[in-house]
Design a protein around this ligand. Structure first.
Ligand SMILES: [Zn+2]
Length: 449
């Protein structure tokens, strides 16, 4: 068991309660890491810990590849040239090939600490770097996944380890491609071997073991069906349609969109999150809405990689739920992702106010899609994840607290409690100088090259 703190009382000047309602003078009683009582409009009791600013629920980062953080500020023009998603992917692979369980622990610990500073209390790690170079299993076949579990525990946030099935090297009009040298590290060779390795992942407090299939590029339909069956009852995530090229390849070889392929393989259900619902047909939107999947948007990544703007409003109107992810971690700011979700809709539709603030907050707190149904709302029975957003910074001063997600950034987050445990206090993470941790981990990785 996680050593939960004893009973605590917090007093919030302002807090966001269910349905996005902002209330003043909110007392939050916490016991065993969970909220046991909420009182509104009460004066602060003398023993209560006062929480500054506006208190929002812990944020859920529904899609991360922690090691991509090492690429931040290293892939842009002029040194990186103009480039494309696919040239960026070459650089990403060059970082991936250097990682070991030890260096990944060091890097991921720093990245998850950066996430905690941004108010993120659960991360969904879409994890496919499983094996040693050449595809040799480590002596612990889950050494990389266990390093990520430890990194999240050290950084004080919960982890949903979305262990990813990755079996093919890609897809073009002639069919699936063989794995290249680096991709051998991603592959368990068969869906059955993937499932049995995942079954051996340690159960650890603060961790959920979920499942993922990388994409219809990397998992052919028969294996997709097997992977879906092996992951019953757990969150299942999949990259959907990030780039037009993968849609064209699926159409050319299978005569179907990636969405249709996933639907026919039984992969689209309410436990499923489709990541990068970017290039969709009207039929795709209907399929995804009817299946009540969660569509995870990663707007800062989709901007950075020139992916495009996905139909988020149309998906929500069709019945899908929405979540947000930092994906390549070029930016770690879920408030920024929420704002970019709305901004993208405005640019694409030429209309404002496409999502209400409570809808944006729901997308930024979609812990349920990561297997944590008791997180993401400040209410009795829920986990005590409390994030204080300062209302007195140059960015937030004068703003209506009800519209804070349209004004604040991650830099305005003052303090963060995860399961009632303080992880960030007055802007400082419990591990100390997170910028230093990041610089050391990333410099070491590039120096090895
Ligand atoms: Zn991704």
């Amino acid at each position: 068991m996680r050593p939960y703190p004893a009973r605590q009382t917090f007093h919030c000047d302002l807090a966001v309660l269910p349905s996005g309602r902002v209330a003043g003078g909110v007392t939050v009683e916490v016991d065993g890491g969970s909220i046991i009582g909420i009182t509104e409009g009460a004066p602060a009791r003398s023993h209560a810990q006062r929480l500054p600013g506006l208190v929002v629920p812990g944020l859920a980062n529904a899609h991360s590849h922690a090691f991509h953080r090492a690429l931040r500020g290293r892939t842009q023009a002029p040194t990186g040239g103009r480039g494309s998603f696919w040239t960026w992917r070459e650089l990403m692979y060059s970082v991936a090939e250097r990682l070991t369980p030890d260096s990944y622990l060091t890097l991921a610990r720093a990245v998850y600490a950066e996430m905690a500073l941004a108010g993120i209390t659960t991360v969904g790690e879409f994890h496919y770097l499983h094996h040693a170079p050449g595809g040799q299993p480590y002596s612990d076949p889950n050494a990389m996944g266990h390093a990520l579990q430890r990194a999240a525990a050290d950084a004080g946030i919960r982890l949903t380890l979305l262990d990813t099935c990755y079996l093919e090297g890609g897809l073009d009009a002639s069919g699936h491609l063989p794995l290249d040298e680096l991709q051998l590290r991603f592959s368990d060779k068969t869906a059955e071997a993937w499932a049995s390795r995942v079954a051996a992942i340690d159960a650890r407090p603060g961790t959920v073991t979920g499942a993922a299939v990388h994409s219809v590029r990397a998992v052919a339909p028969g294996d997709l069906t097997r992977a879906v069956a092996a992951s019953t009852g757990r969150p299942l995530h999949v990259h959907l349609s990030e780039q037009p090229a993968e849609n064209r390849a699926a159409q050319a070889y299978y005569g179907r969109t990636p969405t249709a392929l996933l639907g026919e393989s039984g992969a689209l259900t309410p436990r499923t999150t489709v990541v990068h619902a970017t290039h969709l047909s009207d039929g795709d939107i209907r399929i995804l809405g009817d299946a009540k999947v969660t569509a995870c948007f990663c707007p800062t990544t989709e901007q950075d990689l020139a992916d495009g703007i996905g139909p988020a409003r149309a998906l929500a109107d069709a019945g899908a739920r929405l979540s947000l992810g930092s994906d390549q971690n070029a930016v770690v700011d879920l408030i920024g992702e929420a704002r970019a979700l709305e901004s993208g809709e405005r640019l694409a539709s030429l209309r404002r106010g496409r999502f209400r603030p409570d809808e944006l907050l729901a997308a930024a707190t979609a812990h349920n899609s990561l297997g944590w149904p008791d997180a993401g709302v400040i209410a009795p029975g829920m986990r005590a994840d409390l994030v204080c957003v300062r209302t007195d910074t140059v960015r937030t001063a004068g703003a209506d607290p009800a519209q804070i997600l349209l004004a604040a950034t991650a830099a305005d987050i003052d303090s963060v409690w995860v399961d009632g445990t303080p992880v960030v206090s007055a802007g400082d993470h419990r591990l100390g100088d997170v910028a230093r941790l990041l610089a050391d981990a990333i410099d070491d990785l590039w120096e090895d090259s």
